[in-house]
Design a protein around this ligand. Structure first.
Ligand code: ZZB
Length: 260
């Protein structure tokens, strides 16, 4: 599986556990794996799982990446590090050490977005860092609504109002039938109540993926007016050129039964 790895750059001051990198003047990025590079115009925040383990490690280009150790090891086999298959020195972190961090991410209209808690992030997929596009991803919209309507949830994780309240889904892709906020449409259609509504969220996601890919038209950015399927790769290439993203592969899961 090929993902685009989005570099969400930490702004100063870095979280305490990463302050040594700031002293060394090293740039640190939370790196998010996505299959939807064309949606980066709509990023409103970054998701981190508070109770999950992350690491920070230095790449061969002297960039510091924050992700799960599992994904860092995959990267070590993809020429991200100096020695093949070796991560080298790293710093251990808990997700909660990163919450509230201010970030700069490519393409989005927000100069600053924040690392916020999502409780359903999987440890065995991608990097454990997820970029949030609540206009087109029902999971992201559900988690954002949870934070918006539950001040106690924000308080629990030390999230300040200004990190959540001003951020609304940004219309970036128009889809006939679903409109220009597909995830909001699907959230309402399937009567989703929270980020934990697993089955309904899966249905919502399937609908958004399928319709978004075949019928979606970008309504912002350099490819405004073009179909998603025609410009998905161009959006990715643009970020690769800017070095605000790179390519990351995930090994296929072991399949234990035949599916036909
Ligand atoms: C931006 C984005 C915009 C995403 C969108 C989706 C959508 P899949 O298809 O199941 O492989 N993701 C990545 N890693 C994780 C993780 N560890 N735990 C939970 N979610 C994760 O899912 C790939 C997508 O799931 C990725 O693409 C990422 O969110 C998220 F408009 O990035 B995506 C309809 C979906 N729309």
């Amino acid at each position: 599986q090929e993902y685009t790895l989005i570099k969400m750059k930490l702004q100063s001051p870095y979280p305490q556990k990463l302050s040594k990198y700031e002293k060394q003047k090293l740039e640190v990025s939370l790196v998010a794996a996505t299959l939807r590079p064309e949606t980066m115009y709509g990023q409103t925040n970054c998701w981190i799982r508070p109770d999950m383990d992350y690491i920070a490690f230095t790449t061969k280009d002297k960039e510091v990446f924050v992700c799960t150790k599992r994904s860092a090891l995959n990267m070590a086999y993809q020429e991200f590090t100096n020695k093949n298959g070796e991560i080298g020195d790293f710093t251990e972190l808990k997700g909660e050490d990163l919450l509230g961090a201010a970030l700069s991410s490519p393409m989005t209209s927000h100069d600053t977005i924040y690392a916020l808690p999502m409780l359903t992030i999987k440890s065995d997929k991608g990097t454990g860092v997820v970029t949030s596009v609540p206009s087109d991803s029902p999971d992201d919209y559900a988690a954002l609504v949870d934070l918006k309507k539950k001040p106690a949830l924000r308080e629990k994780y030390g999230i300040k109002d200004h990190m959540v309240v001003p951020f609304e889904p940004i219309p970036i892709i128009d889809i006939p039938e679903l409109g220009d906020l597909a995830a909001v449409y699907a959230y309402d259609k399937f009567k989703i109540q929270s980020q934990n509504d697993k089955d309904k969220l899966q249905e919502a996601k399937d609908l958004c993926y399928l319709k978004g890919f075949y019928d979606g038209v970008l309504i912002v950015g350099d490819y405004k007016g073009s179909k998603v399927q025609d410009v998905k790769n161009k959006c990715k290439q643009d970020m690769l050129k800017q070095k605000t993203a790179t390519v990351y592969y995930e090994p296929e899961k072991l399949v234990t039964s035949r599916s036909g």
